[in-house]
Every structure is written in C-alpha cells, then in structure tokens.
Design a protein around this ligand. Structure first.
Ligand SMILES: [Fe+2]
Ligand SMILES: [Fe+2]
Length: 200
C-alpha cells in the first residue's frame, strides 16, 4: 500500500528542509509513530509518512509561512497571524501534496492536526499527535505515563497530552488556539460551548 519511494522522498524532503536537530526529532517521531501504528493496527507506512512530513514547514520564516498560507487558501485567524508557527502543520500538509504528490487524506489530515489537535481527528492523526509528544527525547513531566497510555489507548493518550499542553500554556499566560479546546472537548466526548471562535 505504501510506496517505499514515497517514504524515501519524504525522508529526503525532511532532511533538506530541517536543521540537524529537528531532522533528528522527525526521525524519532517517525520511528515512534510507526511503532504505535503497529500496536494499534494502523498502517505503519502511512504513520511513518505523516511523521516524516509533520514538521517540514517548522523552520520556515514567519513571512513565508503567512504568504504560503495565503497562497494555499489556508485561513489565518488573529492568533495565527501573530504566531505564524501555529500554521506549520497546515502549510506542511499543502507542501506534501504539491511537492511530493501525497494524496492520502488521512496522512495529510494527520500532518495538519499535529500541532493543535482537531475535533474528529482519525486514528492516524492521533498516532502522530501522540508520537510527537512521546518520542524518546521528550522529557516533560508525565511523559512516562503518557508513553504507557499510548500503548493501550491512543485517544486517551492524545486527550491527556492535549490537556497538559493547554495547562502548560495557561500556566505561562500563553494563548491556546481555539481548535485545541475544541479538540479536547471532542476527545473528552463533551460537546457544546468552548472558549474562542469558530471557523479558524
Ligand atoms: Fe510541529
Ligand atoms: Fe514535531
């Protein structure tokens, strides 16, 4: 199902677009995502592909991020205009489609949702979101619990990880993207009201 030449192209793409440090992170996320996919009955190749591409726009200059987002029809809200790095997932997904010909919507959705989460995210997106948070170099408080949880339940692991990242922002007085609140509500199975706006 997964074409090895596409994986090789994605590996090259990550190497060409990222610093050594972030490239190494990307490879660790790829190994982690692939392993999680194996455990949870997902396609390891597709998980690896999404992971290889997830941060490919992460080192783009802010001006370029905003310009590319505009060109590709990605709507940037106020928070994203202020912090263009929040757009690195959606921009990376568009680049993967255009530069590498990736057409697998679940792979593209996973890349798109990896930073802030997304209500309705699919299993591949959950695997990537969690892999990004538990790759072997991560050492944030609670990561060991998260690693264990990820072996059993990806959705719960994503919920815990997202909840932590929102608390982390709140402790530092940093804004949380409305989509992260929406994603957490969805993961918790709550509907209805949330802070922030729709249509981002
Ligand atoms: Fe990222
Ligand atoms: Fe990452």
């Amino acid at each position: 199902m997964m074409d090895d030449s596409l994986l090789a192209a994605a590996e090259n793409y990550a190497r060409e677009h990222l610093s050594g440090k972030r490239h190494a992170h990307t490879l660790r996320v790829a190994d982690t995502a692939e392993r999680l996919a194996g455990i949870h009955n997902l396609d390891p190749g597709r998980a690896r592909l999404a992971a290889l591409l997830h941060d490919s726009a992460r080192e783009m200059r802010k001006e370029d991020m905003l310009r590319l987002a505009g060109e590709k029809g990605i709507h940037a809200n106020d928070l994203e205009r202020e912090r263009p790095m929040l757009l690195h997932g959606p921009v990376a997904a568009e680049l993967a489609r255009e530069d590498l010909g990736v057409e697998d919507d679940e792979v593209l959705d996973a890349v798109r949702a990896h930073t802030m989460g997304e209500p309705g995210m699919g299993p591949l997106a959950l695997a990537l979101y969690v892999a990004d948070k538990i790759e072997p170099d991560r050492d944030q408080p609670g990561v060991e619990t998260l690693r264990k949880l990820a072996l059993k339940d990806l959705r719960k692991a994503a919920m815990v990880a997202l909840d932590r990242s929102i608390s982390h922002n709140e402790e530092r007085g940093r804004p949380t993207h409305p989509r992260s609140y929406e994603a957490l509500e969805w993961l918790e199975g709550r509907g209805g009201e949330h802070p922030g706006e729709h249509g981002v």
